[in-house]
Design a protein around this ligand. Structure first.
Ligand code: SF4
Length: 223
């Protein structure tokens, strides 16, 4: 097969069709359910760190049944929050972290989490990935959130050549058209979980095989 030039708009349009049967990534699913404020999205992102979407999304729903704002969260003890968010990875530490963040938002930002990258990343344990997801999903700002799926797949395409998700974020900010900045995370998370998987990607069933450089791919599956 002759490889076609890689056109990111075409690739993402095809991937949008391919991932239609799969559940959306946790934060997008929660936003669709109405949990779309910056504070809710930040709490959900913290719960999702090193935790399966299936686990973190249920924990987020349990948490939001009791607390959706910083003031509501501060009305509960860390022990109680810990019970709601178990079995997320590091659930006890995350319970204390969420309370600490709520306290900062109450005392320094008037109870409203600002849509501001510097303010978000100044909060305890909040990195660029969560900050950009909050900005993109809750604030409607152009922001690229690069998790392990986005990093791995864009490198396999040959679209970027980077060693870390942080480098990928910088490279994508230079290269990816801005209207696709939020879309790329929304699409590549389910695509990375179900088709372009970490080990043995399903290249035989991939809608962008004809334009993918398959960089670093040594073992593939047909279906
Ligand atoms: S062809 Fe293979 S490596 Fe390339 S995007 Fe598709 S599944 Fe991933």
């Amino acid at each position: 097969m002759t490889r076609q030039p890689f056109v990111v708009e075409s690739a993402l349009a095809r991937i949008a069709e391919a991932v239609r049967p799969f559940p959306p990534a946790a934060l997008f699913a929660l936003a669709d359910e109405g949990f779309s404020s910056p504070f809710e999205q930040l709490m959900a992102c913290i719960l999702s760190i090193r935790t399966l979407d299936e686990v973190s999304i249920e924990a987020a729903r349990r948490l939001f049944a009791h607390a959706r704002t910083p003031a509501e969260l501060l009305a509960h003890s860390a022990t109680m929050i810990d019970q709601w968010i178990t079995p997320c990875t590091f659930h006890t530490a995350k319970a204390w972290q969420l309370r600490e963040i709520a306290h900062v938002v109450e005392t320094e930002h008037g109870g409203v989490l600002p849509c501001d990258f510097a303010a978000l990343t100044a909060l305890k344990g909040v990195g660029p990935k969560c900050a950009n997801l909050v900005l993109g999903i809750a604030c409607g700002q152009p922001a690229i959130s690069v998790d392990i799926h986005v990093h791995r797949i864009t490198n396999r395409w040959g679209y970027v050549q980077t060693a870390t998700p942080e480098q990928s974020m910088t490279a994508l900010e230079r290269k990816l058209p801005q209207p696709l900045w939020i879309t790329i995370n929304r699409l590549l998370v389910p695509f990375g979980k179900h088709i372009c998987t970490g080990r043995a990607p399903r290249c035989g069933a991939c809608p962008v095989l004809d334009m993918c450089a398959q960089v670093g791919v040594t073992t593939t599956r047909r279906e």
